[in-house]
Design a protein around this ligand. Structure first.
Ligand code: MN
Length: 132
């Protein structure tokens, strides 16, 4: 089951989106601020991070910058979530290293498409035979 870390400080949004993602077959953990997101990425190694940009503590941009600076976490795709739909918001998120971008209010089918586009394909088991 693909593992998603949802970083969102708004409790209502966090609960609702995590429930909907679980219903679509994802294993979901949540973080409520930027620091917590860094701890959970290191400890849990999600397959993908949904990162609210506007967070208490360190911002989603800063948390993403740190994840992308760390060679052990930089390959984990990050999708930025923001309430703003201005091109400069997306540019800031991309500059921080975000791999994808989506706007709130969340349209689930659209978000699911973006998630699936960025998830690594389900490959053979890690201890399977080496390719010839
Ligand atoms: Mn927020």
């Amino acid at each position: 089951m693909p593992r998603i870390l949802l970083v969102e400080d708004n409790e209502l949004n966090r609960d609702m989106l995590s429930r909907r993602l679980r219903r679509h077959g994802f294993e979901v953990r949540v973080a409520a601020d930027g620091w917590q997101s860094l701890e959970l990425v290191s400890a849990w190694r999600p397959d993908l991070v949904l990162m609210d940009m506007n967070l208490p503590g360190i911002s989603g941009c800063e948390a993403t910058r740190r994840l992308k600076r760390d060679p052990t976490t930089r390959s984990i795709p990050v999708i930025a979530l923001t309430a703003h739909a201005f091109p400069e918001d997306e540019a800031l998120a991309r500059a921080a290293g975000c791999d994808g971008f989506d706007t709130k209010p969340i349209e689930l089918p659209r978000l699911l498409r973006r998630i699936r586009d960025l998830l690594p394909p389900a490959g053979p088991p890690p201890d399977g035979p080496a390719p010839a």
